[in-house]
Design a protein around this ligand. Sequence first.
Ligand SMILES: Nc1ncnc2c1ncn2[C@@H]1O[C@H](COP(=O)(O)OP(=O)(O)OP(=O)(O)O)[C@@H](O)[C@H]1O
Ligand SMILES: [Mg+2]
Length: 263
Amino acid sequence: MTTPLLSLSGLGRRFGALAAVDDVDLEVPAGARHALIGPNGAGKSTLFKLITGAVPASEGTVSLGGADITRLSEHQRARRGISQTLQHSSLFLTQTVQQNVLLAAQRHHGSRHSLVPRRQSAARDRVRGLLADVGLAGRADVPVAALSHGERRQVEVAVALACEPRLLLLDEPAAGMSPAESARLVTLLTSLPESVTLVIVEHDLDVVFALATSVTVLHLGRVLLTGSPDEVRTSDAVQEAYLGTGRGSLFLDGTGPAHQEVS
Ligand SMILES: Nc1ncnc2c1ncn2[C@@H]1O[C@H](COP(=O)(O)OP(=O)(O)OP(=O)(O)O)[C@@H](O)[C@H]1O
Ligand SMILES: [Mg+2]
C-alpha cells in the first residue's frame, strides 16, 4: 500500500477540561480532495492547527509522507510543504494583490533571494503566473482593500500556493461568498494540480460535494465517520449529529448549516 501523504494517529488536543480534538485517526492519500465537516465547535480549525503546528498536540502523531512531524515547528512544517488559508483573513489590506503574494513567496524562500535582481524578476513572473491560475490576472496592482470578498479569498489561495505546498489546508474558503463567487472558487480548486493535496473545512455543502473525493465528519472533537461523499450524505449518525445542533436536517435540501436559520 502506498504511504498516505497525511496520516493522523490518536491525535488529540485538550484545552483545560475540554477535548477539542479527541483521538483522531485519519489518512489522506496524495492527490485527494478531502473535506472535513462538522457542526460549529466540532474541532475542525483546531485539527488544522495541529496539522500545521500552530497548536501543539496533547497526544498522538502527525505524519507527512511517512515522516513523523509531530514535534516540528510550524515553520519547519511549512518548509516540508504544508500551507493553509485561515478562517479569518490574514492579508495586508494596503498592499496590492501582487505584493501580498510576493511577500508570501519571499517569506517561504528566504529573504536573501529578494536581494538578487534576477531572482526578483523570476519571483515576480511566478507570482503573475499564480495570479493567472487563481483568476486574478488583471488585478495584480489593485490594493487588497479594494477587492471583493471573493477576490480576497482568491488572493489567499494564491498566497498559500506561493509556498509550493504538497498539502493545502483551506479553512472555510467559501464563508461569506455569494453563490457566483463560491462557484468560481470550486472551479479554481478543481483546476489545481494533483501534486497539491487538498483538505478543506467548509460549511457550504454545495462546495463540499462539488469537490470532495472523501469526507470526514467531526463531532465533539471525534471522527464520527470517514467515507465517500455518498456514505456521508446517507449516514443516520451524521444527520443526528447535525440535528443535535438545532440546525435541522443538513443534506436533504442541498444547503449547508451556514444557509439555515437556527431555530
Ligand atoms: N485556544 C483555545 N482555548 C480554549 N478553547 C479553545 C481554543 N481553541 C478552540 N477552543 C475550543 O475548542 C472547540 C473546537 O473549536 P474549533 O475552533 O476547532 O471548532 P470548529 O469546528 O472550527 O468550529 P467553527 O465551525 O465554528 O469554525 C470549541 O469548543 C472552542 O471553543
Ligand atoms: Mg473553525
